[in-house]
Design a binder for this molecule. Structure first.
Ligand code: SUG
Length: 415
């Protein structure tokens, strides 16, 4: 049976605050803080446990091998010789944000009836530009079944940041849907990370039957919405978005209503929640999910509860007859401090779980085993001035190997 599976990126042992993402205000604001990789990874595990308890199907993607020695080799250097910026770029645990792993077009949407995945090239940010080879290797393992078609990256210079700029609306997960590809053109002082040409190429190669292309508003990017999933999220027939998320909004909404007559657009007015509050609280970087009961729940970061304008809007929505019936608050503060909320941490794939390599699916017992490795091996903290220390690097490398061994995913250890 086709269902939605959320694949969460396990937060890797090298998680740190190097402030690498220009335009991501949380990451630059928190540059230089001491990170807590063990606590971070356990927060991610707790989120997965909570989602399983809600009756959702849960998968994982694995931390990449860090530092990325292959990437450094292609730059004709080594970790020991690299300058601190290059070291940080090679060490980043950014693959945790699985929403940037790939764009996924579920089987009911595509011409050939297969579920298509294109690995994101992430070319805009140097520390993320070297994620794709290892992500691709994981996707090829997890989705080796002929029900899937896994594609390599769109070529540079067309920036592609994956599912974070892609939304799907459909009357049911297993019904044909409308796929919305969101790109940026300008973002004030900040880069637009998703390019229209990349989105169009993906829609063509996936054979998406109903695709809409919409531009992110310049205002949103300039306010810190470096990905669309910071200001909008969709599930089922519901689009939940900030009033200022899109450029040419009325035309987009009209196209969407024509493509999916039952669509419900839940728009949060700027007068009630400013773009700044939306971005600081990550109201929209929530997981909007359909529970087994058929009700929709919003899985939100604690920061949303702590932001009065946001929490008031949500309470009003619940009291009215809005489509979001339930709020679930999760604590992912370590990831949030780098600009990654609950939705950034997961990649949604609609598929029959029986077609997925079972090593990439988790239940509560497997999460206990993963948590035990994290507790025993993940560094408790990393200060920025430690990232050149050989002992720290050795412990990071050993920690990841221990996890892959525990999960029996040894193909990825010595790539
Ligand atoms: O690409 N942060 C990530 C956050 C990604 C969030 N993902 C989604 N919105 N889907 C980014 O900006 C910061 C890492 C650092 O600065 O060390 C970082 O890469």
């Amino acid at each position: 049976m086709q269902t939605e599976i959320n694949f969460d990126g396990i937060i890797g042992p090298s998680h740190n605050y190097a402030g690498l993402s220009h335009g991501n205000l949380a990451a630059t604001r928190n540059r230089g803080l001491v990170s807590r990789p063990r606590a971070a990874a356990l927060e991610g595990i707790a989120k997965m446990r909570a989602n399983i308890a809600l009756g959702l199907t849960q998968g994982i993607l694995l931390p990449h091998s860090r530092p990325d020695h292959r990437w450094l080799e292609s730059l004709a250097t080594t970790y020991a010789d690299a300058d601190p910026l290059l070291q940080a770029q090679a060490l980043s645990a950014s693959p945790m944000w699985a929403a940037n792993a790939a764009t996924v077009s579920p089987a009911p949407d595509t011409e050939d009836g297969r579920c298509h995945l294109t690995v994101a090239n992430l070319v805009t940010m140097p520390h993320r530009s070297h994620e794709w080879p290892e992500t691709l290797a994981q996707l090829r393992l997890a989705f080796a079944d002929p029900a899937f078609a896994v594609h390599g990256p769109v070529p540079a210079p067309f920036g592609d940041e994956g599912a974070a700029n892609h939304m799907r609306l459909a009357s049911a997960h297993d019904a044909p849907g409308v796929e919305i590809f969101v790109h940026g053109e300008s973002g004030g002082p900040f880069p637009a990370r998703q390019h229209l040409a990349a989105s169009e190429a993906i829609a063509r190669r996936h054979g998406v039957q109903q695709a809409l292309f919409v531009r992110q508003s310049e205002q949103a990017i300039a306010a810190g919405a470096f990905h669309n999933d910071v200001v909008a999220v969709a599930n089922g027939t519901v689009l939940f978005a900030h009033e200022q998320a899109f450029a040419a909004k009325e035309a987009f909404y009209a196209d969407l209503r024509a493509a999916l007559p039952g669509v419900e657009i839940v728009e949060v007015p700027a007068a009630q929640v400013s773009l700044e509050d939306a971005i600081r609280s990550y109201l929209f970087n929530a997981q909007l999910v359909t529970l087994p009961s058929g009700e929709m729940a919003l899985i939100l970061p604690a920061e949303a509860r702590d932001t009065p304008s946001v929490w008031n809007w949500l309470q009003e929505h619940l009291a009215g007859n809005g489509p979001i019936r339930r709020l679930e608050v999760v604590d992912v503060r370590q990831s949030m401090a780098n600009g990654g909320g609950p939705a950034c941490l997961r990649l949604r794939v609609v598929a029959d779980p029986a077609t997925v390599d079972p090593r990439f699916l988790v239940d509560a017992a497997k999460l206990d085993r993963i948590a035990a490795v994290i507790e025993a091996r993940w560094p408790e903290q990393i200060a920025q001035d430690q990232i050149g220390e050989p002992a720290l690097i050795a412990s990071i490398e050993k920690a990841r190997t221990a996890l892959l061994e525990a999960l029996g995913i040894v193909e990825l250890i010595y790539r």
